[in-house]
Design a protein around this ligand. Structure first.
Ligand code: CTP
Ligand code: CA
Length: 221
């Protein structure tokens, strides 16, 4: 790593960030998705780049502009997101801020689905998507620092602790989405690590990103 005077704390580091929702096709014109805007994930990519990191941002479909100085890889589905993340390795740290669809339609139709003649609803079988965070946490090329998010509407810390253990990541940014966090400009988060829980105040998403980037720089120093 470059330690010349005047270089930034993450100069020479590669960071992988996921952001946005995924879209899981039902047929050529319909998909299963969620309300993630990509604001928080994109802000984290920008904050890491501002500290000098080379950043690969793997993003689902969002209307956010590409952060300056960041390599953006656009994907639609969870499976594409996983493939793009694996292709981006090695990385020193990874932040999984995307709201990945937990399930996808089992057999997307190749033509637009038509309403059945009897006016019945079509069957909609779902199958689980791969867990990108869990896969990368146990990957042979695992980044040294792996950070997940936990979007919760209740028992935020308890669920976040369980996720930390289950997924094998180092930190969880627990995110209370009971209010307007999804799509909103601000976020109330708790940083959950093996060492304990830090409660952060309600902050603009750019501030959450800047704080997290500072913590990443400290951890990798
Ligand atoms: N995540 C992922 N791949 C998935 C699902 C989730 O990488 N298929 C990541 C998210 O990007 C986030 C973390 O896992 O960093 C937690 O996502 P969340 O939806 O809160 O957790 P789940 O394990 O999916 O549990 P649930 O939705 O039941 O709360
Ligand atoms: Ca989920």
């Amino acid at each position: 790593r470059n330690t010349e005077p005047g270089t930034l704390p993450l100069t020479g580091r590669h960071m992988l960030v996921t952001s946005g929702p995924t879209h899981e096709p039902l047929d050529p014109v319909r998909y299963l998705a969620n309300r993630s805007s990509g604001k928080q994930g994109h802000a984290i990519a920008a904050a890491l780049a501002a500290l000098g990191a080379r950043v690969t941002l793997v993003s689902g479909p969002v209307t956010q502009p590409d952060p300056a100085g960041v390599t953006v890889v656009r994907v639609e589905t969870a499976r594409e997101m996983l493939a793009a993340c694996e292709a981006a390795l090695p990385a020193d740290a990874a932040v999984f801020a995307a709201a990945v669809a937990d399930w996808r339609p089992a057999a997307p139709a190749t033509q637009k689905m038509k309403k059945p003649a009897d006016d019945a609803a079509p069957p909609m079988a779902l199958v689980p998507n791969p867990d990108i965070l869990a896969t990368l946490s146990r990957h042979p090329q695992r980044p040294r620092l792996v950070i997940g998010f936990a979007a919760e509407t209740e028992r935020v810390i308890e669920h976040a602790r369980a996720k930390l253990a289950r997924k094998g990541c180092d930190w969880i940014v627990a995110n209370d989405v009971s209010g307007d966090a999804m799509g909103g400009a601000e976020n109330t988060v708790h940083l959950v690590t093996a060492a304990g829980v830090e409660d952060w105040p309600r902050l603009p998403k750019a501030e959450v990103a800047a704080r997290l980037a500072d913590r990443v720089a400290e951890a990798l120093a």
